[in-house]
Design a protein around this ligand. Structure first.
Ligand code: TXA
Ligand code: MG
Length: 344
């Protein structure tokens, strides 16, 4: 199959993409978080193609993308006020809300759950595609399962050229990490995945928030978790990743001491001079954490190279989107973290 390349700026793009979606095909769509691998979320056969293309386990549900917050009521019921409050505050934007699903949503999409994740993305061309298609677009991150997410059309083509119908190029994703997921199907709101909307921002609207254990700890295959995707290996390059915490100086001391030829250092731009002899790769500026979230997955993809033995990674501290960057890096490192302040 030839994968159509559709630039977002081209006036025909939304129509062409919407036609492919309507006819049951796969279109990679840009969003402000990461690129998604999209199909008609109400069509079981179309949705099945997503799982096949990604190599995604079928017990891992997909989220539905809508073009307008009002569409939430087409696909969900028993919607609590908190959902409307979150939608009002953060949509269109990097937030997915998990709610009870109406029966119109196929079990293939929800992986058999009675709930569904919904998101209205902050990306004009993608909302236009959804509107023209007249159906919600089910879309996981467009990476091959287990690999770092896709934040450019080039990443998508790297993983799927010739295996999907089209990719819409909307330029690099602005946020760079996937959406924040909040589950509103229990008594108390629960954070299932940190993302572009920080926990502090959620608290301001919700006044209450439980952080799911899948966010803060390694989850085993047999653990029962609210977000089924959390138990799978994620974001990991082929090399071993270890996070080195502590002050800039202590971390540099530790890393330079342990560094061996064939290793790499993933650091902040401000730290590059400290690692001149260690083949460093910067993923953004520590002083501007939005550059770190935007650059993280491209960097992890560059480090996805079997010739690299060990990656020493520096991780930002703090809340907001830094909390999401910490979460993704910890998962890439399988929670392997060293505190350079405590090392000799
Ligand atoms: O930013 C994003 O959310 C991107 C873009 C394309 O919108 N999409 C994305 O989808 O990250 P995916 O499939 O890679 O991650 C969605 C996560 C998975 O871990 C999945 O298990 C979880 O959301 N999820 C989906 N539906 C759920 C549900 N009903 N209950 C709990 N977790 C759910
Ligand atoms: Mg994903």
């Amino acid at each position: 199959m030839k994968t159509l390349y559709l630039p977002a700026a081209d006036t025909q793009t939304a129509h062409t993409a919407a036609e492919i979606i309507k006819s049951g095909g796969l279109v990679a769509i840009p969003t402000e978080t990461v690129y998604g691998l999209g199909a008609n979320g109400l069509d079981e056969n179309a949705v099945l193609k997503i799982f096949e293309a990604k190599g995604r386990p079928q017990d891992n549900p997909l989220i539905l993308h809508i073009s307008d917050p009002a569409e939430i009521e087409r696909y969900c019921h028993h919607i609590p006020k908190a959902a409307f409050d979150l939608a009002e505050a953060f949509w269109p934007g990097p937030l997915t809300i998990v709610l009870p699903a109406k029966s119109i949503v196929p079990k293939r999409t929800t992986a058999g759950l009675t709930t569904v994740g919904i998101r209205c993305p902050d990306c004009t061309v993608t909302r236009e595609i959804i509107r023209l298609a007249g159906v919600p677009i089910a879309a996981p991150s467009a990476n091959i399962s287990g690999k770092p997410s896709t934040t450019t059309a080039q990443h998508v083509l790297h993983d799927h050229d010739g295996r999907i119908d089209a990719v819409v190029d909307g330029g690099p994703s602005r946020v760079g990490v996937e959406s924040t997921i909040v589950d509103l199907t229990e008594e108390r709101p629960r954070l299932l995945r940190p993302g572009g909307i920080g926990p502090e921002q959620l608290m301001e609207v919700l006044g209450d928030l439980i952080v799911d254990k899948a966010v803060t700890a390694q989850i085993d295959k047999d653990d029962v978790v609210k977000a089924p995707g959390m138990k799978y290996k994620h974001y990991a390059p082929q090399s071993e990743v270890v996070i080195v915490g502590g002050s800039r100086e202590k971390a540099a001391e530790y890393i330079r001491h342990h560094f061996e030829p064939g290793d790499r250092v993933l650091c902040f731009e401000e730290e590059l001079p400290l690692y001149e002899s260690c083949n460093p790769l910067s993923y953004g500026q520590e002083a501007d954490v939005s550059t770190l979230s935007a650059g993280l997955f491209a960097a992890l993809r560059e480090l996805d190279d079997p010739s690299i033995h060990q990656v020493y990674a520096r991780c930002p501290v703090g809340g907001g989107v830094a909390y999401a960057v910490q979460n993704r890096l910890k998962k890439a490192a399988a929670f392997h973290i060293i505190d350079a302040e405590e090392e000799e």
